[in-house]
Design a binder for this molecule. Structure first.
Ligand code: GDP
Length: 449
C-alpha cells in the first residue's frame, strides 16, 4: 500500500549524540502532531524545524527537534516528518513505537528510497547511488556515487535509449509507410550503421566501467611472500599512511576480506591477512590448493621479496603461481643495501621498516588499474555490477539484430531484438523493471533509508 504512512529509525542503531526517527506518508504530520508537545504541526510551513517534546499518554518521552517537509518537494514526494531525538537506542525505539501505535507502519529496509523511486522522484540508478554514497570508502568512490545521485548514469542510459528509439521509429515508419521498396537497402544503409554506432558507444562505456568498478569496490588484494620478508611490516606501513582507513567489512560475499586500506584513493581489500601474519612457510602452512584459491581470488597480488635473500624454491613456486595475475613485486628491506633483484617487471623497492617507496607503490597501482586516465570530474563511469550486466545483455540483443540483418530476415525480426535491447536498458533505470527486481534491490538497503 503506497498511501499508508511509514516510520523507521534512520540513524545507526547504537548510542550517539542524536538519533533520527523518520516518517513518510499522507498522515505523517497528523500522526506527529498527536505526540508532539509544541507548535501545532498542522499549521506550520513546509521545511521548518520545531522545538518541543514527544509525549505519550501524558508521559514525557524526550526533548526533540522535529522537521516538517510537506509534499511534494520532499525525498519521497510525500509528507515527511523527521524527529531528532537524543541518541539512545531505547529512546529512539520508544518514539518509533509510539508513532506505530498512532497509526504509522514500520518501514521495510530501503522503503523510503523505494517510495522516492515509485513516486518518480528519482530513477533506479539514483536510488542505487544513495546506497553507493553510504558505502563509499574513498573520495573517488564518493564522487562517483554523487554523479550517480545527480542523475549522470540516468542521462547516459536515456541517451542510449533515445538513439535506439530513433532506429526503432525508422523501422516502424517504414513498416507503416514504406519509403524504401527495398528493405535490404533500409537495413544496410540506415539501420545497420546506426546499430553499429550504438554498439560502439556501449562498448566504450563498458570499457570504462572496469575503472568504475575498481573505484567503487576496490581491489581484492593479497600480500604474499615467504616468512620474514616483511609482509606484516608492509601491511603496517600501508596502514599507518595517514590516508589509510582500516575497516572491518562484514557480509556474506566478502567474508574473506579482512580489512581495507585506502592507498592513493584506491581501496585495497585485503584478503587472508591471517596468512600474512603467520611466520611459517605459506604453502606448507595452508597448502597449495588454498594458496591457489587466495591467488585466484585476488585481483592484485603484492608479492614481497627480501632484497637480501636469494630466491628460494618457495619464491619460485609462488612466482609461477602468480605469473598471470596483476602482480607487483615488492622488493623490501632496501635499507639494508644489497640489491639482488633488478629484473622484475612491475617491481618497486621499498623499506617497510622506514616506510620508503610507498608512494611509488601507489603510482604503480594506479597505472596498472586506472591507466592514469581516470578523470572523475569530466567523465561518468558505470560502476554498478547490475548496470554492467544489463549493458552486456543489451550488446547481445544488438548483435542479434545485426545477425538478423545479415541473414536477411524480415525487418520486423530485426525490430524484435532492438525492442529487447530497449527493455533491457529500461531495466537499468527502472523503467520496465519487474517487481521482483525492485524487491530484491531495495531489500539490500538499510532500515530507515
Ligand atoms: P613477515 O613474516 O613476512 O610478515 O615479515 P615481518 O614483517 O614480520 O618482518 C620480519 C622481520 O624483518 C622483522 O624483524 C622486521 O622488523 C624486519 N623487516 C621488515 N621490513 C624491513 C625493512 O624494510 N628493513 C629492515 N631492515 N627490516 C625489515
Amino acid at each position: 500500500m503506497m498511501n499508508d504512512t511509514i516510520a523507521q529509525i534512520s540513524s545507526a542503531l547504537g548510542q550517539g549524540a542524536i538519533s533520527i526517527v523518520r516518517m513518510s506518508g499522507e498522515d505523517a504530520v497528523k500522526i506527529a502532531n498527536k505526540v508532539f508537545d509544541g507548535t501545532d504541526l498542522e499549521k506550520v510551513m513546509s521545511h521548518t524545524v520545531h522545538y518541543g517534546h514527544i509525549k505519550h499518554k501524558d508521559k514525557n518521552i524526550d526533548e526533540v527537534l522535529l522537521s516538517v517537509f510537506l509534499a511534494p518537494k520532499t525525498f519521497t514526494t510525500e509528507n515527511i516528518v523527521e524527529i531528532n531525538c537524543h541518541g539512545g537506542v531505547y529512546v529512539a525505539n520508544k518514539i518509533l513505537e509510539i508513532l506505530l501505535l498512532e497509526g504509522a507502519r514500520s518501514a521495510n529496509p530501503g522503503e523510503f528510497t523505494e517510495r522516492a523511486f515509485l513516486n518518480g522522484r528519482i530513477d533506479l540508478t539514483q536510488a542505487e547511488a544513495v546506497m553507493d554514497i553510504i558505502e563509499a570508502k574513498s573520495d573517488l568512490s564518493l564522487s562517483l556515487a554523487n554523479k550517480g545521485l545527480d542523475g549522470e548514469i540516468y542521462k547516459l542510459i536515456v541517451d542510449l535509449r533515445t538513439d535506439l528509439l530513433a532506429i526503432i521509429a525508422h523501422i516502424e515508419v517504414n513498416i507503416d509507410y514504406p519509403e524504401y521498396d527495398d528493405v535490404i537497402e533500409l537495413s544496410n544503409n540506415i539501420v545497420k550503421p546506426k546499430i553499429l554506432d550504438l554498439l560502439t558507444k556501449i562498448n566504450n562505456l563498458l570499457e570504462k566501467a572496469s575503472y568504475g568498478k575498481i573505484i567503487k569496490d576496490g581491489l581484492k588484494t593479497a600480500i604474499i611472500g615467504k616468512p620474514n620478508v616483511g609482509k606484516s611490516s608492509l601491511l603496517n606501513a600501508l596502514l599507518r599512511e595517514d590516508k589509510a582507513i582500516v575497516t572491518e567489512i562484514k557480509g556474506t560475499t566478502r567474508d574473506i576480506v579482512e580489512g581495507s586500506i585506502n592507498i592513493g584513493g584506491i581501496i585495497l581489500n585485503l584478503i587472508d591477512t591471517a596468512g600474512i601474519r603467520e611466520s611459517e612457510d605459506l604453502i606448507e602452512k595452508i597448502g597449495i590448493d588454498k594458496a591457489k584459491t587466495i591467488i585466484n581470488e585476488a585481483e592484485l597480488i603484492l608479492f614481497v621479496l627480501d632484497n637480501n635473500q636469494n630466491l628460494t624454491e618457495e619464491d619460485e613456486k609462488l612466482l609461477e603461481l602468480t605469473k598471470d595475475k596483476k602482480r607487483i613485486i615488492i622488493i623490501n628491506k632496501t635499507d639494508l643495501n644489497k640489491e639482488l633483484y633488478h629484473t622484475f617487471k612491475n617491481s618497486v623497492s621499498v623499506s617497510a621498516l622506514h616506510k620508503t617507496g610507498i608512494n611509488e607503490l601507489e603510482v604503480i597501482i594506479k597505472d596498472m588499474f586506472l591507466s592514469g586516465e581516470v578523470n572523475i570530474t569530466d567523465q561518468t563511469y558505470i560502476s554498478n555490477a547490475r548496470h554492467i550486466a544489463k549493458l552486456d545483455e543489451t550488446l547481445t540483443s544488438l548483435n542479434d539484430s545485426l545477425v538478423a540483418i545479415e541473414d536477411l530476415l524480415p525487418i520486423d525480426m530485426v525490430e524484435i531484438d532492438l525492442k529487447t535491447a530497449w527493455d533491457t536498458l529500461g531495466e537499468i533505470i527502472g523503467d520496465t523493471s519487474s517487481t521482483s527486481l525492485l524487491d530484491e534491490l531495495f531489500s539490500k538497503f538499510c532500515l530507515g533509508k
